[in-house]
Design a protein around this ligand. Structure first.
Ligand SMILES: C[S@@+](CC[C@H](N)C(=O)[O-])C[C@H]1O[C@@H](n2cnc3c(N)ncnc32)[C@H](O)[C@@H]1O
Length: 274
């Protein structure tokens, strides 16, 4: 964040938010990979800063079995999770709004015989047919970055086949009541959990350059249910002793006391439920 960045909490609509995300992630893509690439692993599947993997949690399929596919990753970044699935025989497509983030995936795969298939698209406007996928998922992509997250739920539900799963990890909503810093100051609530105005950064011209959107737990569940999905589980991974690494405002200090990540495991009901 530069010195001229202005920070506020005020409403930002879907179009402005999407434009800002694309700008921000294109610009940050290389630095994000430099900072977090080793922690994520080029072919790793990490659900969030706590460091829990899909191999640990097994959320994409019943019994923790990796799905056969087709699987769609939204907000995939450098597509590490898709690469992990592909190595296990899953048919997978990785998508992201940012060409810069997808270019990081291409850089990882530059010599690969079978690179991860990539599609550049907005997670709130998926260019795929109805019922095209067995699983849709994202590890911290899309959901915290769109104004209209209800639309993301509806799009995931639309492209899922009956009986399919939508699994997404996002910032735990309780974090919005606390300062986003890794140290002890991040343990004292200083604002209302119910204030759902987004966090906004603007440049010296007043242009929005970065936004994060907040939903309370209840609002999130209502968006899931309104999309016709069923909430199968809400996973709040605890901070493991082995992880001493900070990631922005996520840290061992805070992780021992507060949840940092919420992983929503949603199902699309089977076609015949009678
Ligand atoms: C925190 S990164 C997570 C990337 C990856 N899942 C990981 O674990 O490293 C957030 C990602 O969401 C993407 N993103 C933000 N808004 C999006 C949108 N509306 N549609 C699709 N992707 C979006 C960004 O481009 C970025 O790659």
């Amino acid at each position: 964040m530069s010195e001229s960045t202005q920070v506020s909490r005020d409403p930002v609509g879907q179009a402005e938010s999407t434009r800002a995300q694309r700008y921000w992630w294109d610009r940050e893509a290389a630095d994000y990979y430099t900072e977090h690439g080793a922690f994520l692993g080029d072919a790793g599947f990490i659900w969030g800063p706590e460091g829990w993997s899909e191999a640990d949690l097994g959320l994409l399929g019943p019994g923790g079995v990796a799905p056969k596919g087709p699987v769609l990753e939204i907000g995939a970044g450098a597509a590490q999770c898709s690469r992990w699935l592909r190595a296990r025989g899953t048919t997978v497509v990785a998508s992201d709004l940012s060409g810069g983030m997808l270019a990081q995936s291409q850089a990882i795969d530059w010599a690969a015989a079978q690179p991860v298939p990539l599609v550049q698209c907005d997670g709130a406007r998926l260019p795929f047919a109805e019922a095209a996928f067995e699983v849709v998922f994202t590890a911290y992509g899309v959901v915290p970055f769109v104004a209209d997250s209800a639309r993301v739920m509806r799009e995931a539900a639309r492209v899922l086949c009956p009986g399919g799963r939508f699994v997404f990890a996002t910032t735990h909503p309780i974090r919005w009541a606390f300062p986003d810093v890794p140290g002890a100051a991040g343990l004292t609530a200083h604002q209302s959990y119910w204030d759902t105005r987004p966090y906004v950064e603007r440049d010296h011209r007043g242009e929005v350059t970065y936004v994060e959107h907040h939903r309370t737990l209840g609002e999130r569940v209502r968006e899931i249910v309104a999309a016709g999905l069923v909430l199968l589980d809400l996973v709040e991974p605890q901070w493991p002793e082995r992880n001493e690494q900070e990631w922005g405002g996520w840290s061992p200090t805070r992780g021992r006391v507060l949840p940092g990540t919420a992983i929503f495991v949603c199902g699309k009901p089977p076609a015949d439920v009678s």
